[in-house]
Design a binder for this molecule. Structure first.
Ligand code: ZN
Length: 270
């Protein structure tokens, strides 16, 4: 292997292992299942899973997605999440090289991935990801190349407050337009507290302007992709999934988007 591939390669392999953990945490934290000896037993036949059947992606392929003992289907989610986090980590380390910023970016994107799974499956964003993530975001802002603690604290505060207001306003609007709609969906608010805490975590990683970009992109995506679906099928919107994608885009291309906006829309010279 070429030396230039060593760092992204190692980061990718670590990312695969992190994906394995994300699969476990994102599906156990929301429903308060214990995280003891993660993934060591088949949920169907309780057979102990041997180490060679527990290798990210590879084992799933070798076993063709079935338990070795009882042939229960292992969800496609497992290899897909492992592969995604592996590629994300490899990509970030390829961009930033072996650095604090690469670590910060990888942690951020992996947290977003874990939150998306929880939200998509259970409509819950566990505090372990959002509050734990905020602490990580604040701590990692000190790393070389990081956004600095002032931006991180500011981003977290603005993220929380901003989404709190959006949630309050959204609740009022929905109650006005279609009374009883929220009650029907078993909700008392337009947006869960999970989304609000998630945005605090996003802010701690991308700062105040990042919060604005993430909220804008997330709402836009939610409206375009999920709005019609939710209206037609009366399904809840896992808004956290859109916020996660928006947060990732903001982290990766936020500065470029802001430059483009300021030059082309606002007419300011860069
Ligand atoms: Zn089994």
């Amino acid at each position: 292997m070429d030396e230039a591939w060593l760092v992204p390669g190692a980061a990718g392999l670590s990312g695969l292992a992190v994906g394995r953990l994300l699969n476990i945490y994102s599906t156990r934290w929301p429903i308060d299942l214990p995280i003891i000896s993660p993934g060591s037993r088949c949920s169907e036949c309780s057979s102990a899973i041997r180490w060679y059947d527990n290798i990210p992606v590879l084992s799933w392929l070798i076993l063709s997605g079935k338990c070795r003992y009882c042939s229960m289907q292992i969800p496609l989610q497992y290899p897909v999440v492992e592969l995604t986090s592996g590629l994300l980590c490899a990509g970030i380390f390829m961009i930033h090289g072996l650095s604090g910023e690469a670590l910060r970016g990888s942690v951020f994107l992996c947290l977003l991935l874990g939150m998306s799974i929880s939200d998509a499956r259970f409509y819950i964003i566990p505090d372990e990801f959002s509050l734990g993530g905020t602490i990580l975001g604040l701590a990692m802002s000190f790393l070389p190349g990081g956004i600095g603690w002032v931006s991180a604290v500011g981003g977290a505060l603005v993220g929380y407050t901003f989404l709190w207001f959006i949630a309050a306003a959204g609740t009022r609007i929905i109650e006005k337009i279609s009374p009883g709609r929220l009650e029907e969906a078993g909700l008392d608010k337009a947006m869960g507290g999970g989304d609000i805490k998630m945005m605090m975590m996003v802010g701690s990683f991308v700062g105040i302007s990042g919060v604005a970009e993430t909220a804008f992109l997330g709402s836009l995506g939610g409206l375009i992709v999920y709005g019609p679906v939710a209206t037609l099928y009366r399904r809840l919107i896992p808004f956290g999934v859109f916020l996660a994608v928006a947060g990732a885009i903001t982290y990766l291309w936020g500065d470029a988007m802001m430059d483009w906006y300021l030059t082309h829309i606002m007419g300011l010279a860069a």
